[in-house]
Design a protein around this ligand. Sequence first.
Ligand code: BES
Ligand code: MN
Ligand code: ZN
Length: 498
Amino acid sequence: MEYTVKSGNPEKQRSACVVVGVFENRRLSQSAQQLDQACDGQLTQLVRRGDMDGRKGQSLMLHRVPGLVCDRVLLVGLGRERGCDERAYIKAVETMAGALQDSGAGDATCYLTEIGIRAWDVFWRIRAAARTLETFFYRFDRLKTAPSEQPRINLRRVTFSVPSRRELSGGEQAASEGAAIGNGMNVARELGNLPGNYCTPRHLGEQALELANGHPRMEAELLDEAAMDELGMGALLAVSRGSREEARLIVMRYRGADDDSAPYTLVGKGVTFDTGGISLKPAAAMDEMKFDMCGAASVFGTLSAVADLELPVNVVGIVAAVENMPDGRAYKPGDVVTTMSGQTVEVLNTDAEGRLALCDALTYAERFRPAAVVDMATLTGAAIVALGHHTHGLMGNNGGLVNELLAAGRAATDRAWELPLWDEYQEQLKSTVADMANIGGPPAGTITAGCFLSRYTKKYRWAHLDIAGTAWKSGEHKGATGRPVPLLTQWLLDRTAR
Ligand code: BES
Ligand code: MN
Ligand code: ZN
């Protein structure tokens, strides 16, 4: 999709479709009123007749309204004016996208960007709209042999309205950011949705090389199991032992700033399928464990967005790509493994594999002398119990970094919520035979997983996002969400704005 920005009156737009909002109780938005005046009050009459009362999710497409120069007018319901928050706004943009998809319009001029939402400015509204549109039309259909039932989309270009010429260049930047974030989310979704028999550690490695190939400032390096063995990554390799697929440690580097500028480092859990290993998972919904590499997918998606925007920062992306399988050679409960850090771990449950793969990747991250490290992982079912599917679980060893991420999540409508990483919880990881156990028992499973990782991240500012509840949806709309690409990209955007 192409996005442009324009300032001008709605009644003057020779567009295939002019999109304006209507609030609940039939209150026309400002640009709807302007259109209304230009067509002798036809919009007012229409809402009076009851065809459109402004409820959320409602829309009405009007064709060739006498007095107007555009081909179509799309009225979009916004709900109550005072309650118009981020969610209502994004819902309105989705409603617009759905209506445009069902129409023949090849371009649209969108005035929803005039709607006030809390403290967010017009650039925020454009960024959010571009991102929403970019993700709205995504479908995972590459494994279907029949062409999808979905209609062909005519829409090629969306133009966002800004109040004056002064906002044009900022608006264009915001549209590019939104499009890059949306595209990065789709990159993450595509990898997440790809089944375990396609999306192997080797496949993720190949995708990294491909991503790097497409961007002059990006490079990728793959470490195979022999290389990881050299480095002493006994935890990651233990997880991989039961699998016929060879593990990969994937390192991607984006160079947007001077070499001496410390890189922001993203580390992703890339368990391409998690059976639980010898501590086998129950059969119900086990297919969803193909999504256990969504942390890794968010590294790809974020790097893609950062490279598209040519952000002036250095970013390192590290992915621990491994499959967790039961087998005659698989690691077993009771085994003790030695991590790259030198610390030993008693494996009490082979299903707590994510932290084992991550701990070695986190130790590896030290060599980049990072400005900060953020890891993303579908780490614990307990995160879903604690927080549901709306917010990521966030923990870290640095209050400033945690606050940066919380703020980025709010700005990107991709929110995180902090959980306490207190010393009290560390005691649950005690082992009788090794330095620590890999599980901390039933209480606060998300936090004890964070505690485990904290023992490998003492040398830098670090935060951990447990995305088990947020990275994919189950049920009818089963699929990867592309989260937390918006949060991460926003965080990096914020780091360039200082
Ligand atoms: N990938 C899972 C976490 C998960 C489970 C995410 C269900 C989303 C839905 C992780 O590897 C795992 O199995 N964690 C265990 C940890 C436990 C053994 C301490 C869990 O959550 O049950
Ligand atoms: Mn597991
Ligand atoms: Zn897992």
